[in-house]
Design a protein around this ligand. Structure first.
Ligand code: G3I
Ligand code: 9MR
Ligand code: ZN
Length: 572
């Protein structure tokens, strides 16, 4: 405790001073009201990560219009009113993707816990926190979201609240073009629609397995029905998807691409979509992704679920034998009368590479080592951690394979590839004041790309022995949580300004956004009628609209959430 300084004023003067202060405080009330007003998030508001920062993190805010504020800025503690940090804005930086000239405020040195905002002239940022645990609630919510997307089971009130629903989409599904009906119950609804797709599910599984393996994250308190049973909730949730994936495998090892209705339903709760479920044909991409995540899971689940683990490995090897016999098959195309998500992919060398790398890591067999080497060039270098390009997952598998020595040629090639992937991303991040690794193109689901890059930076820090990479991942997170050209924190239910009308059927049906979902974000392809009508002419980084109908900017997906989960785990 600080000692109170003796008063420099005699009593009477003390009273006069108190009165004067009171008067001053009263006259300040309009100023305070004004201050409240100016903090409403508008296009000129200072952009900042609306959740905040861990004490040791790089901390920055961005001024969208370089001309709009004074040269200096203050970071004020909103509870005490004290200025906790003062600094100068950077020189103006061109930001063509946003159509802006920005300035950056760096207040990394501020590390004391508290709730703050950045002020400059008559501009302010939203409030944010500095402290341990600022991302804990968000982390849990991003995983809980997967539970809320579970299909073919009842979600009860206790665990799903507003989004509780009876069993949906359950029962035999028709294998396209045949009379055969098969049981494919289980798995997560992909996104705002209720389809269940192998390639996007595999990407989600990969990110959660990475969260578990790379960072040792364990939780028995996600708030799913299995919580509290002593087994890990991340693995429980992923197992729900894996066990569905197993049902999507044909006897010859090939894996069906997806199971969906013939088209997309309206904004109904899932149990109200009652048309036939159709299993679309096998694809190499689905089979490769399947082989990769099953081989991976066989290692991770061996301790707690040995029987399942053995089954996963068997399924992975069977999938590989299918792939081996089907080299060169064309990529998946929607059958003429199925119009749900296509997830078409003409290049399968990356799926072959990832599958071979995971199978090698799980079994050590020479046949997979040869295949991994064979597909390294065409597949390993097809960078990506998405539904389409997955080379980077294979690279990560090779780099963490204890069976390969440090100087193994495959490992050396993987290391060089990871280094150059990250170098390229960092160049883009450094050139963009908002920290997205984007220039003039923001693709459908660009937020996944940003989250992937942040997640890869944190993983790269460990794998390449460079701690500075982890610190830089903060830029990706800041972008997603509010320091961007739209001013939105892109996760529903979090931050000061977040999407209220995501393209997500349960949210639409209940007229309330389900929390913890990362929306797709800016997409200057303007790939839906709403985007076309309201975003035309906007700068690429501003092509986002919080509108239920804008599926190309405001949809949500399990595989957009999962890299955010991974990024959050890596930043801690
Ligand atoms: O391949 C081109 C590339 O050459 C080009 O440089 C780039 C420029 O934007 O575009 C690339 O194609 C894009 C493709 O994704 C691959 O990234 C298309 O423009 C883009 O329209 C396409 O978007 C996909 C969208 O489905 C439409 O097919 C999204 O990635 C994908 O996330 C989304 O997935 C949907 C499912 O179909 C259904 N469920 C919801 C889900 C999310 O909206
Ligand atoms: O709701 C669908 C969304 O999940 C998909 O990502 C998107 C693109 O395939 O399509 C949405 O469905 C729209 C359909 O394509 C066109 N008619 C309006 C549908 C939205 O309600
Ligand atoms: Zn369902």
């Amino acid at each position: 405790m600080k000692k109170r300084a003796p008063s420099r004023f005699p009593r009477r003067r003390g009273l006069a001073l108190a009165l004067a202060l009171l008067l001053a405080a009263l006259t300040m009330i309009p100023a305070l009201a004004e201050q409240e007003e100016m903090t409403t998030v508008t296009d000129t508001t200072i952009r900042v990560n609306q959740l905040g920062f861990l004490p040791g993190a790089i901390k920055t805010a961005v001024l969208p219009d370089a001309e709009a504020a004074a040269d200096s800025f203050r970071v004020v503690n909103v509870q005490t009113g004290e200025t906790a940090f003062e600094g100068q804005w950077s020189a103006p930086v061109d930001n063509p993707g946003a159509g802006e000239v920005n300035r950056v405020a760096d207040f990394t040195a501020l590390s004391g816990p508290g709730r703050y905002r950045v002020l400059s002239g008559d501009l302010a940022s939203p409030e944010f926190d500095v402290g341990e645990g600022v991302y804990d609630e968000l982390f849990t919510a991003t995983i809980k979201m997967l539970y809320l997307q579970r299909c073919c089971v009842e979600l009860d009130e206790e665990h799903a609240g507003t989004y509780a629903h009876p069993v949906c989409h359950s029962g035999p599904a028709i294998v396209y073009g045949t009379d055969e009906k098969i049981d494919v119950d289980g798995g997560w609804h992909d996104a705002g629609d209720y389809g269940r797709y192998i390639v996007s599910g595999a990407k989600t599984v990969a990110d959660i397995l990475l969260t578990y393996e790379a960072y040792g994250v364990r939780s028995d308190a996600i708030g799913i029905p299995e919580s509290g049973d002593g087994l890990d909730d991340l693995l429980q949730e992923v197992k729900f998807e894996l066990d569905w994936m197993l049902k999507m495998q044909r006897a010859d090892g090939g894996v069906y691409h997806k199971v969906t209705g013939a088209g997309f339903p309206g904004f109904l709760m899932p149990e109200k979509e009652i048309g036939d479920m159709i299993v679309s044909p096998v694809s190499n991409a689905a089979t490769g992704d399947f082989a990769a995540v099953m081989a991976w899971a066989s290692r991770v689940y061996a301790a707690d679920w040995p029987e399942e683990a053995a089954h996963y490995l068997e399924a992975a090897e069977l999938a590989w034998s299918y792939l081996d016999a089907h080299r060169g098959d064309p990529g998946f195309k929607n059958p003429p009368d199925v119009v749900t998500g296509e997830y078409g992919d003409e290049h399968d060398a990356d799926e072959y590479f990832w599958a071979a790398a995971e199978l090698l890591k799980a079994t050590g067999k020479d046949v997979y080592r040869q295949a991994a080497s064979e597909f390294m060039e065409d597949g390993g270098k097809r960078r990506g951690m998405g539904w389409e390009d997955v080379g980077t997952y294979g690279i990560l598998a090779v780099l963490t394979d204890d069976g390969l020595s440090e100087d193994d040629a495959l490992r050396q090639a993987a290391k060089a590839e990871l280094q150059s992937t990250l170098d390229d991303a960092l160049k883009l991040i450094k050139a963009n004041p908002y920290g997205a690794d984007r220039e003039m193109t923001y693709e459908w689901g660009s937020n996944m790309g940003v989250a992937n890059t942040g997640a890869l930076l944190t993983l790269g820090a460990g794998l390449l022995g460079d701690d500075s990479l982890k610190a830089r991942a903060q830029h990706s997170l800041d972008y997603l949580l509010g320091r961007n050209a739209t001013g939105y924190c892109f996760v529903t239910g979090f931050g000061t300004l977040s999407p209220k009308h995501p393209h997500h059927r349960p949210s639409g049906a209940r007229h309330q956004a389900m929390p913890g979902m990362l929306v797709g974000g800016p997409n200057n392809g303007l790939n839906d009628p709403t985007a076309m009508s309201v975003l035309r002419g906007k700068a690429p980084a501003k092509c986002y609209v919080d509108n239920l109908n804008s599926y190309s900017t405001n949809e949500i997906c399990v595989y957009w959430n999962s890299p955010l989960t991974l990024l959050l785990a890596g930043i801690k």
